[in-house]
Write a protein that binds this ligand. Structure first.
Ligand SMILES: [Zn+2]
Length: 426
């Protein structure tokens, strides 16, 4: 990729006029099914290789296996909707296995027809992907005017940069989306003087060191009752269906079960969208306003193991928020500092660094320092401590926890802070 370029995806909702039309449904069903078939065959192939203690086949090997073996054995693959979706399936499998072998992720699963999300991805070649913003029409390989099923979608946002691929996705709600993947050149934002420390919390989503509080919406908490009710009704219908079915057969699910399933998916989607919206807005605000952003390097996966707090933590959407802040800060030329997760940020006094162990108790919201008698708001104080610790790390050049896309800029800012005395946090 060219310097200063980033991948950006534009996700458009496909309108029912297309999403419910016969040629479209037939086309996607084929593409999803064949991609899934190829992916599973490849996984089987890779599993056998690994069992024989051979090394992971390369992307090219996998692709050749599809073209030379699978297409011969299974002639229906030759009449595929689009040839690149198999290449992508091979690449996705390769990425999944590389991550697995490096110990970053678990072993890849087989894909199933009833997985809640189905998709296929394709490449841009010979102008085969077009977006007509005026008429709201997207053209993809096979799904184009020539084949009689161009995709009508809500183009709520115009595309920038160079198109490199596209993906069609079906969600559990039954909605279809087309995702246009682009390579976009993003310029750095003009620099400013502000630095901010962020404390992520359950009660308030984000507390900034300057005292700004961004409220948590607690999306699941709000619709929990309604989600529970639908889940119960769904489960009742499943149990009834299980009783009806003779032993040893696949459970015959009723029409009402499927209706409930879609209803539940819609409710979960609402919760997900609310969290996503807050994460985007919050991260935009923080990244636009501050040059240096200091966050705690929280171990979210570990925190979720605490059963008392797991639901509240998951509901606050920490991981997504942090991910948004990180990638936006990088793309827009901001400096991001990750502070060690073992720093007792909420116990330290941001004025004199005195450690007050009594504040460990989460119910204490306001406390005064026994050493210097400053009155602290729990989360604002924590954010101030995080900020001070982060600036110190920046000045000392802890490069593994500091990131900026522009190395020259980073060293300038580092120099600026190393001249000031940072032993005291204020
Ligand atoms: Zn103090």
């Amino acid at each position: 990729m060219k310097e200063g370029c980033f991948i950006r995806a534009y996700k458009y909702w496909i309108v029912p006029e297309t999403a419910q039309s016969e040629p479209f449904l037939k086309g996607v069903a084929n593409a999803f099914g064949q991609t899934r078939f190829v992916y599973n065959k490849l996984k089987d192939y890779v599993d056998k290789k690994l069992d024989n203690r051979e090394k992971l086949p390369s992307k090219t090997d996998l692709n050749n296996y599809v073209n030379r073996k699978l297409k011969k054995q299974h002639p229906f693959l030759r009449g595929s909707v689009d040839k690149f979706c198999f290449t992508h399936a091979a690449y996705q499998l390769h990425d999944a296995y590389s991550a697995f072998l490096e110990g970053k992720r678990g072993q890849p699963h087989f894909r199933k027809k009833f997985d809640s999300v189905q998709s296929f991805t394709t490449n841009f070649t010979n102008n085969n992907i077009k977006v007509d913003e005026e008429n709201g029409i997207v053209e993809l390989p096979y799904f184009n005017k020539r084949k009689g099923c161009p995709v009508k979608a809500v183009i709520h946002r115009s595309i920038q940069g160079r198109i490199i691929g596209a993906q069609v996705v079906r969600h559990a709600t039954g909605d279809y989306y087309v995702v246009i993947i682009c390579e976009v050149k993003i310029d750095e934002l003009p620099e400013n003087e502000k630095a901010v420390g962020l404390d992520l919390g359950i009660k308030d989503s984000v507390v900034c060191s300057d005292g700004t509080v961004i409220n948590s919406i607690r999306a699941l908490y709000q619709s929990e009752k309604s989600v529970k009710r639908t889940q119960k009704s769904l489960s009742r219908k499943y149990e009834a269906a299980k009783k009806r079915t003779p032993e040893g057969c696949r459970v015959q699910l009723s029409k009402n079960y499927l209706k409930d399933k879609a209803k539940l998916a819609r409710k979960h989607k609402r919760v997900r969208n609310q969290r996503y919206d807050l994460a985007q807005k919050t991260s935009n605000k923080i990244v636009n306003e501050n040059q240096i952003i200091i966050i705690e390097d929280l171990h979210v996966k570990g925190m979720l193991k605490n059963h008392h707090l797991a639901k509240a933590i998951a509901d606050a959407g920490f991981y997504q928020l942090r991910r948004c802040i990180e990638y936006k800060a990088y793309a827009l030329g901001r400096i991001l500092v990750r502070v060690d997760r073992w720093l007792p940020s909420s116990q330290l006094c941001s004025h004199c660094w005195y450690q007050n162990k009594e504040v460990k108790n989460l119910s204490i919201r306001v406390w005064d320092c026994p050493n210097c008698h400053t009155v602290h708001h729990r989360d604002v104080n924590a954010a101030k401590v995080i900020k001070a610790a982060g600036l110190e790390m920046l000045s000392k050049g802890y490069y593994h926890s500091t990131s900026c896309r522009n190395a020259a800029k980073l060293s300038v800012w580092r120099g600026r802070y190393s001249q000031t005395n940072l032993t005291s946090p204020q």
